[in-house]
Ligand binder design. Structure first.
Ligand code: ADP
Ligand code: TYD
Length: 207
């Protein structure tokens, strides 16, 4: 995985990650780059099957520990089948969520499981993104956006407002923990304004 670049989008549900990941992919393709746009949980056929187990159904369906195993299993397949091959051929990989989501959703909200998340990550994944864009926004507004979609994949949104507030705090802490890799993006603005800021930031970073 020598040549490619690995960019991830992170943030709470409904913050605008998918929208901005798509716009950045379009922008970089127009500039002549090979871009692989992908997402987690999912991003490979096997991982998409695991995704359904995770995002549908009763919020209490899995313990945080079981979720860590399922998300890591999905991530391992995503890495093997999609991310690593693309980076090896020099593509820019843009993933809508990656390991930071597990650090925050499973590692920091239902007991302190961060040590387990980090151990498993080191053993089974062993790769960080080169750049992480954390889209930050007010949980109330984000939750309204997310549930308005009624996607049938609302298991985590259904955990409620207090959970989303904890997640936001977790992502802000992560940004402070890894400032060389993470950039905070204010998501409470018009789509185009956010996209323009990200395009400029990524162009500078690539150069
Ligand atoms: P995420 O991937 O973070 O859950 P999405 O990109 O899917 O977020 O956006 C959630 C919803 O909010 C979508 O309906 C999307 O069209 C809308 N949306 C995204 N960005 C903005 C924005 N800056 N302002 C208003 N609505 C937005
Ligand atoms: P996603 O489809 O990105 O949801 P959204 O568009 O609402 O942001 O992700 C599905 C859910 O899975 C989301 O609520 C976050 C959660 N998740 C974790 O809890 N841990 C993880 O490691 C990942 C990748 C996602």
């Amino acid at each position: 995985m020598a040549d490619g670049r690995f960019i991830t989008f992170e943030g709470i549900d409904g913050a605008g990650k998918s929208t901005q990941a798509r716009l950045l992919a379009d922008h970089l393709r127009a500039a002549g780059h090979e871009v692989v746009l992908t997402r987690e949980p999912g991003g490979s056929p096997g991982a998409e099957e695991i995704r359904r187990l995770l995002v549908e159904g009763d919020p209490a369906r899995w313990s945080a520990e079981t979720e860590i195993l399922l998300f890591t299993a999905a991530r391992r397949d995503h890495l093997e089948k999609t991310i690593s091959p693309a980076l090896a051929r020099g593509a820019i990989v843009i993933s809508d969520r990656f390991a930071d989501s597990t650090r925050v959703y499973q590692g920091a909200t239902r007991g302190d499981l961060r040590g387990i998340v980090d151990d498993l990550h080191a053993r089974m994944i062993g790769r960080e993104p080169d750049l992480t864009l954390i889209v930050d926004m007010d949980p109330e507004a984000a939750l309204g956006r997310g549930l308005a979609r009624k996607s049938g994949e609302d298991r985590f949104e259904d955990m409620g407002h207090a959970f989303q507030v904890q997640l936001r705090t977790g992502f802000l802490a992560l940004a402070a923990e890894a400032p060389e890799r993470c950039r905070l993006i204010d998501g409470m603005r018009e789509v185009d304004e956010i996209a323009a800021e990200i395009a400029t930031l990524v162009a500078r970073w690539l150069a």
